[in-house]
Design a protein around this ligand. Sequence first.
Ligand SMILES: [Zn+2]
Ligand SMILES: [Zn+2]
Length: 201
Amino acid sequence: MTKLNSEARRILADAGITVRDWIAYGGWLKEMTDEADERQWVPETEWRGDECGCSDDRCIGFHHDEGEECGCLPVLIENRAKDREAYDIWQAYRTAVEASDGRGDQDAYDAVWSRTETWVRRHYPRALTFSLDAVVKGERGITATYPPFPNGSIPDYVGATPEGDGYRQQLWTEGTDPNGHISHERARTMFSQGEENGSGN
Ligand SMILES: [Zn+2]
Ligand SMILES: [Zn+2]
């Protein structure tokens, strides 16, 4: 089994990420048999990516040459920070909305709104507007609006819906965990949306 090399460990440590955190972010599952002899999928506890820290086990020699710096690792670290911030934003948003028996806490709502604005501007600079309240195809989360493509069409991505001349796109969806992994239930919803999109064309 591959081990993370010392450079990858140093970069992760500098970012405040433990090896255990990084394995969890990789999101691998392994099959186990419990006491009742039932097969189960549980989170992997060993590193399954490449030595350089990329979660793809064929990074060295494919994404970059041996001895060359890994370009994937910093991108993945940034992505992890993005996913965690979105998760925290959503918890803060729900708390603000549900405060005072559902009457809400306006100050907390405003604070989470500006935090979201920073997050959207940083990670989705093309977005026109954003929302925490919009529901897209029955799912809640952080969404943004976009102009149509230059040819006037709009995409049929999962989590996108027409709005105005353009479309609204889900950027983060409720039910995603702090590592950016989706639940089984959500995976099914996304799959059925994909099927609908496919048959609609
Ligand atoms: Zn890679
Ligand atoms: Zn690499």
